[in-house]
Design a protein around this ligand. Structure first.
Ligand SMILES: O=C(Cc1ccccc1)Nn1cnc2ccccc21
Length: 327
C-alpha cells in the first residue's frame, strides 16, 4: 500500500499548519487545505517581488515534470486571497505516499497575503475535485488519486496547539486519539467535507440555531465561522465583548474567562471547546480577538483550526464521512 505520514507544524500565530511535500524531487512546505481542491506552489516563474522569502518549484529542474499544454488555473478564497498560473504533472510524495502523475499548479501570480506569509510555499487541496479550478479540464486531488492504493481510503489530521501534529494517509492511528470516533455523513456536492450542524451550546446550554447552515471541516481556515446568530449568542455571554468592525470581529478583555462553546457534528455528537482554547489572538495589552466569529451570512459554518486542533479528525473518502475523536 501507499500509506504516508507527515508532520503538521503550526505557523507562528497558528494561522496555519505546514507540511513537507516532495514534488519532482524538490521539497516545499505546503498548507494542507480540506477547504479547497487545488494543489499549487510558488514557482520560479513568478516575479521575485512576489516569491521573495519563499521556496519555489522550478519545473525545468524536475526530470519527471510534464507540461499540461494550454491549461491554467485561478483561485480566490473566502478571505479574499487569490492565486493563478499554469499547470503540469509530476511525482508527488507526501510522507511516503506517492502519486506519479499529480496535477500540480504553478503560481505565476499570488495576492499579497500569500507573499507576506513567507513560511507557506503553497497549498495541497484536500477537498473534492468538483471545485478544482484547472481549465479546460478539472484535475483530481492528491487524495483522490491515491485513495484506492491506501490501506484504508482515509486521511487523518491531528493538528496541535503550539506543537507539531501530523497528517496520516491510509491509516487511522489508534495512538492519536482516545474513546470513539464520532462519524457523520458528508455531502460532497459543494466540493467540501460538509455535514449538518443544527445545534450549539454556550456554557453547556443547548440551543437550536435559527438559520443552521451546514458546516464544513476546513483545515485551511484558522477560525470557527458560525452563523451570525450563533456568534451573537456566544459573545452575549461574554460581558466585555464588542463587535469591533475595525478588527473585523468580536473582541473582549483578555482577562475575562470565556464560556465553553459546543457545535454539533452531525446529529449525535457535540464538539465542545473550553473557554481557554477560544481566543485566537491578543491585539493589544488588554484586548483579545475571538477564535469564534460570524460567517456574515455566508450560508456555511466553517470548522477551522481553532476547533480542529482540539480533536483528532478523520476524513473518510470511502464511506464519505467525517469524524472527530477526543485525544
Ligand atoms: O476561504 C476560506 C473560508 C473563509 C475564510 C475567511 C472568510 C470567509 C471564508 N478558508 N480558506 C480555505 N483555504 C484557504 C486558503 C487561503 C485562504 C483562506 C482559505
Amino acid at each position: 500500500n501507499e500509506n504516508g505520514e507527515v508532520d503538521a507544524a503550526p505557523e507562528s500565530n497558528e494561522s496555519e499548519y505546514l507540511s513537507p511535500v516532495t514534488v519532482g524531487g524538490q521539497s516545499l512546505n505546503l498548507d494542507f487545505d480540506t477547504g479547497s481542491a487545488d494543489f499549487w506552489m510558488f514557482s520560479s516563474s513568478m516575479p521575485l517581488s512576489q516569491s521573495q522569502g519563499h521556496s519555489t518549484f522550478n519545473a525545468s529542474k524536475s526530470s519527471t515534470w510534464s507540461v499540461y499544454k494550454g491549461a491554467s488555473w485561478e483561485i480566490s478564497y473566502g478571505d479574499g486571497s487569490s492565486a493563478s498560473g499554469t499547470v503540469g504533472f509530476d511525482t508527488v510524495d507526501i510522507g511516503g505516499a506517492t502519486v506519479t502523475s499529480q496535477a500540480v499548479e504553478l503560481a505565476t501570480g499570488v495576492s499579497g497575503s500569500f507573499t507576506s506569509d513567507v513560511n507557506n510555499d503553497g497549498l495541497v487541496g484536500l477537498g473534492f475535485s468538483s471545485i478544482n479550478t484547472i481549465q479546460p479540464q478539472q484535475q483530481k486531488t492528491f487524495f483522490e488519486n491515491i485513495m484506492d492504493d491506501l490501506e484504508q481510503p482515509v486521511f487523518t489530521a491531528d493538528l496541535e496547539d503550539n506543537a507539531t501534529g501530523s497528517y496520516n494517509f491510509g491509516t487511522i492511528d489508534p495512538s492519536e486519539y482516545t474513546g470513539d470516533i464520532h462519524f457523520t455523513a458528508v455531502d460532497k456536492s459543494n466540493g467540501f467535507w460538509e455535514f449538518a450542524s443544527d445545534t450549539y451550546t454556550v456554557g453547556g446550554n443547548k440551543s437550536q440555531c435559527q438559520t443552521c447552515s451546514p458546516a464544513i471541516a476546513d483545515t485551511g481556515t484558522s477560525l470557527v465561522l458560525v452563523d451570525d446568530d450563533v456568534a451573537a449568542a456566544y459573545y452575549g455571554q461574554v460581558s466585555s465583548a464588542v463587535y469591533d468592525s475595525s478588527q473585523g470581529g468580536y473582541t473582549y478583555n483578555c482577562t475575562e474567562s470565556l464560556p465553553t462553546f459546543g457545535i454539533a457534528i452531525g446529529s449525535d455528537y457535540t464538539a465542545t471547546l473550553q473557554g481557554a482554547d477560544i481566543t485566537f489572538a491578543q491585539i493589544d495589552s488588554q484586548t483579545c480577538f475571538g477564535g469564534i466569529q460570524g460567517n456574515s451570512g455566508g450560508g456555511i459554518q466553517i470548522m477551522g483550526d481553532i476547533l480542529l486542533k482540539q480533536f483528532f479528525a478523520v476524513f473518510d473518502g470511502g464511506n464519505e464521512t467525517f469524524g472527530v475523536a477526543e485525544k
